[in-house]
Design a protein around this ligand. Structure first.
Ligand SMILES: Nc1ncnc2c1ncn2[C@@H]1O[C@H](COP(=O)(O)OP(=O)(O)O)[C@@H](O)[C@H]1O
Ligand SMILES: [Mg+2]
Length: 323
């Protein structure tokens, strides 16, 4: 659905996107992640033909974004970073207008607008003036606009920007549902949402692609020491000493204690699960356990690790990432 090949964009001598390559297959939901200024919006604008590349190519739905931009636009629904709307129009009028611009005939447009409003839960505000809507509703109008002509591909640039936690949770379900019909490339900072909705993520930093994989693989590859939390009743000092001698355990910290219960934070070598050994040791010593849990790494941990990792990737790693 998307093929990006050595794409470069320079603004007045400043390189925003530096020879990036990646692909998105039909039916995928791909998260496009990176810190502010990484080059996400620039890339998405090139994919949607709002900008031209300095070098390299981008193909969408089989069409070149430069040579065949009209065809590309017919296949893409784009929700830009700051959703541009006509504030004086009513929701239904605006969407009708947009659908007609996208080439739908009058009756077709009415049906498509009703459907898009239904999907985006806008029906109850269909006759409100856009200027009077809350931020969450405005974002949904932008989304309804992007999907009104049922494009194969949706490109969403920070669609949850500025929404409250409740609205963010709702948008997660919405995006999952949209993923059943559309291929989606979505840029966002809400990594917990990405972990739940996206099959794959592309991480970009300073115009370079740093990773391109499933969230699960990125988390697995994270060479972060294991962390176990133990809450027990008994002699905390003695327990810390004994646990510290277990195989794979690097350090034990007593973090807090209150009414006879102590909490120990146990750091282990990466990919070692010492929970069973800890459990056996503590129970054999006659102490009681209230909680024993390993803290699972999240996509956020992987993201921070990847984006803060010093130095650039080797050529081979970049090639692997792009394939
Ligand atoms: N129109 C522009 N003119 C000059 N520089 C720009 C322009 N748009 C973006 N930039 C710069 O390009 C870099 C990438 O920006 P952008 O693609 O918006 O990043 P992101 O969306 O990942 O936050 C930033 O350093 C930004 O300041
Ligand atoms: Mg941006």
């Amino acid at each position: 659905m998307i093929q990006v090949n050595h794409l470069t964009k320079r603004y007045a001598g400043r390189t925003a996107v530096d020879s990036i390559s990646f692909e998105v297959e039909k039916g995928e939901i791909v998260g496009f992640l990176g810190p502010n200024g990484a080059g996400k919006s620039t890339t998405l604008r090139i994919l949607t033909c709002f900008l031209s590349a300095s070098e390299g190519t981008a193909r969408v739905a089989g069409y070149d974004t430069y040579e065949d931009s009209i065809k590309v636009r017919q296949h893409v629904g784009y929700m830009p970073e700051n959703v541009p709307l006509y504030p004086d129009m009513r929701v239904v009028e605006y969407l009708q207008f947009r659908a007609r611009l996208k080439g739908l005939r009058y009756k077709e447009a009415r049906r498509a607008v009703a459907e898009a409003m239904d999907i985006c839960s806008l029906t109850e505000v269909d006759h409100k003036i856009i200027a009077t809507l809350s931020k969450g509703y405005k974002q949904r109008v932008g989304l309804a606009d992007a999907l009104v002509n049922k494009p194969d591909l949706l490109i969403l640039d920070e669609p949850t920007n500025g929404l409250d936690p409740n609205q963010i949770r709702q948008s997660r379900d919405l995006i999952k549902r949209l993923g059943e019909r559309h291929t989606i490339l979505i840029s966002t900072h809400i990594l917990s949402e990405v972990e739940m909705t996206c099959g794959r993520v592309v991480i970009i930093d300073k115009g370079n692609i740093k990773a391109c994989d499933t969230p699960q693989n990125l988390i697995r590859r994270l060479r972060r020491p294991g962390e176990i939390m133990l809450e027990m009743q008994g002699d905390g000092e003695a327990a810390a000493k004994k646990i510290g001698k277990l195989e794979g355990v690097k350090s034990v910290k007593k973090t807090e204690s209150g009414n006879q219960w102590v909490t120990l934070l146990i750091h282990t070598d990466p990919n070692i699960d010492a929970r069973e050994d800890v459990f056996n040791l503590v129970t054999k010593s006659g102490w009681k356990i209230r909680e024993l849990a390993s803290r699972a790494a999240s996509l956020e941990d992987a993201f921070v690790d990847i984006v803060q990792r010093p130095g650039e990737l080797t050529k081979k790693e970049v090639a692997d990432a792009g394939s």
